[in-house]
Write a protein that binds this ligand. Structure first.
Ligand code: F6P
Length: 319
């Protein structure tokens, strides 16, 4: 392997830049050239590809977003799109590719692998929903952004003795909601992985109100449904003054936490190590603080598991 490519794809996540930096620096350390592919798979198909030097990734470890830009590319789901991408890689003499992104990005990496092009998937998404890793790059930062918002909402919720519903991202996974709910002391946490009964939530709110609770916070993962609708339902059923905050894309921005920067650096460098060993078609991850890698096709066939013990704990602590 003499020349590798790196791209970021799908929803951006804080720490993607740190991962790109790790890929570039680790490769150059081993005398491998690195090419940056801009705008994800879209840029791969269009040949938006430029050589990266050590200095190209200077001053980015602390920055949110991705210097390589990102895109969601429907065309790359087709065989024609994928072959066009491989043609571009070959044209630039690239022998291996590191793909940093979420499950959609992994699907692209899986397709390239099946066409015989060595790819390594690095989990970069705030959703923490990639199988084969306990944590994804960006999750910790998003979580801290949500906690910061919950703490602020709590101040105004207490002053006005209100109930607040906070809708968080996560696509079909409830990890952001669960971790933020537990860390933020939420009264109820609604996640797509567990059924909920609105009557139980209402009763809990009423119990709290009767024993003099000044405010309540309910976290709703977007995968459960609209926080606005749930907020309306709660207000109607409890008669408690209720407000809804949909945190939205603020969760995707900001300077990555130290945890995300370190994770990104380790995973990015490990992806290069695997390519150097001549391995392709792998997905890297972290388990029990150890770097791991799995066959990308097998990893994608598995399902991300949320920690249900933590969910149970959150219920026990918010009686
Ligand atoms: O996958 C990251 C994510 O932010 C999800 O949590 C959310 O559902 C989705 O992306 C939003 O996508 P877009 O930025 O394309 O609206």
């Amino acid at each position: 392997m003499k020349r590798i490519g790196v791209l970021t794809s799908g929803g951006d996540a804080p720490g993607m830049n740190a991962a790109v930096r790790a890929v570039v620096r680790k490769a150059i350390y081993h005398n491998i050239e690195v090419y940056g592919i801009y705008q994800g798979y879209q840029g791969l198909m269009n040949g938006s590809i430029k050589k990266l030097e050590l200095g190209s990734v200077g001053d980015i470890v602390q920055r949110g977003g991705t210097m390589l830009f990102s895109a969601r590319c429907l065309e790359f789901k087709t065989k024609e799109g994928q072959l066009q991408g491989i043609e571009q890689l070959k044209k630039h003499g690239i022998d291996g590719l590191v793909v940093i992104g979420g499950d959609g990005s992994y699907m692209g990496a899986k397709a390239l692998t099946e066409h015989g092009f060595p790819c390594i998937g690095v989990p970069g998404t705030i959703d923490n929903d990639i199988p084969g890793t306990e944590f994804t790059i960006g999750f910790d930062t998003a979580l801290n952004t949500v906690i910061d918002a919950i703490d602020k909402i709590r101040d105004t919720a207490t002053s006005h003795e209100r109930t607040y519903v906070v809708e968080v991202m996560g696509r079909n996974a409830g990890d952001i909601a669960l971790w933020a709910g537990l860390a933020g002391g939420a009264e109820s946490i609604l996640i797509p992985e567990a059924d909920y009964d609105i009557n139980d939530i209402v009763q809990k709110l009423q119990r709290g109100h009767e024993r003099g609770k000044k405010h309540s916070i309910i976290i709703v993962a977007e995968g459960v449904g609209s926080g606005v609708e749930i907020g309306k339902q709660i207000e109607e059923m409890t008669n408690l003054d209720t407000r809804v905050t949909v945190l939205g894309h603020v969760q995707r921005g900001g300077s990555p936490t130290a945890v995300d920067r370190v994770l990104a650096s380790r995973l990015g460098a490990y992806a290069v190590e695997l390519l150097l060993e001549g391995k392709g078609g792998r997905a890297v991850g972290i388990e029990k603080n150890q770097l791991v890698d799995y066959d990308i096709i097998e990893a994608l066939a598995r399902k991300h598991q949320i920690n249900m013990d933590m969910y149970k704990l959150s219920q026990e602590l918010s009686i």
